[in-house]
Design a protein around this ligand. Sequence first.
Ligand SMILES: O=P(O)(O)OC[C@H]1O[C@](O)(CO)[C@@H](O)[C@@H]1O
Length: 451
Amino acid sequence: MLRFDFSFMFEPNTKGGINEEEFNSVKQIISKSVDRVVKNRPAFVSVVFDRSHIDSIEDIRQWVLSFDSLVVVGIGGSNLGAVALANALTPLNWNHLSKQERNGYLKIFFLENVDPDQSAAILDEIDPRKTLFNIVSKSGSTAECLAHYQIIRSLLQLRGINTTEHLIFTTDPTKGFLRRVANQEKIRTLDIPENLGGRFSVLSPVGLLPAMACGVDIKALLDGAKDAYLKCADINVEKNPAAMIAACHYLNKKKGRNITVMMPYSNKLYSLADWFRQLWAESLGKKYSLTGEVVNEGLTPVKALGAVDQHSQLQLYNEGPDDKTIIFLEVEKHERDILIPSTHKDDDISYLSGKTLSTLLKSELTGTERALANNGRPSMRVVFPTINAYDMGQFFMYFEFTTALMGNLLNINPYDQPGVELSKKITYSLMGRKNYEETEFAEPSKKVVID
Ligand SMILES: O=P(O)(O)OC[C@H]1O[C@](O)(CO)[C@@H](O)[C@@H]1O
């Protein structure tokens, strides 16, 4: 079970942190928001209680496990959750292990960015004859995903490999280009529920298939999410981790703390901060309120890695603008640990000897947390006793629910993303897509360029 420690969000532990009066003043509106979100039953909640999704994965388990590698092709919400799951729940050297060491599960690769150097390197590494390509796109129309899809399809055809047997599409149940092709060519598909946005889709087949393919217990993942939801639905703010996270961010935002730093002290959890960045940024960054006023709302998510970024970002966090709320992710028991041996008697180094790397990492977290508090900078901890599927499921649900609550508190729609459309249209126009020739976009009238 995840633990949440809010001690350093509050006065007197953190000077300038939240005081009792401030906290009491928002409890009622937070409870009401909890009630509203629960009554709306968002799609990210329904999806974890819908057995059909896990069943659809189990139905194809044997077929999937007949491959050696899985390449997940998708971007944003069609990629980040699956990456977070794979990195957290498989050894960091997973793709270098033999099939036997992987207990028969698949190597996993992600074709996300259309950076040709990256894509070419991944395609060089896999054997297409032993690879399943999972094309993931809710809309079925995202340029990056469709570009990679075409590259893969022609690669399969050139090698004389049966495309239908090496492709699966994870997409909208009825709409979009991928759905049309799947229907025409009888390509296997998994459904992304119609009303479920990409950044909320990790616990749908979008995350479940890649997770299953690399050996994750997907039932435990969903059980964690379901159990977390029961806590999320509690209108008693002090008993509800999502409500507490929302309350702290809402109050800190009022004090000008518009930046949320997620800082895992774990390389395995670092990708979780990428997943969170999209969730927080796309959901809460909005021009208009629900009533149509221009509000330009939002909290800027930033990711940092402990202990690495203590030696890069911490100076700013401690002494720069007081505009951040920090969320630490701590792992209590790492899967592996290393004892630091004794090599010198010198006091400058011998204090480390006989301790483990995990003890050092934990002491660094505590040191950072307390130094920040000393400088009046609020933080909280999410503690993973170990990194397991159940707790990952909990984490996703708690932060999705917090995001919905924040949307409610900020009076914006957390489920749309109109601000990404114009850039897509301009790209279509530049790439010569039919019907987008006339898309308006500003060429700089005055060029400022240095050669
Ligand atoms: O799953 P799709 O439709 O390919 O979209 C990928 C991503 O693109 C966006 O629509 C915009 O960036 C995200 O919301 C989404 O997760």
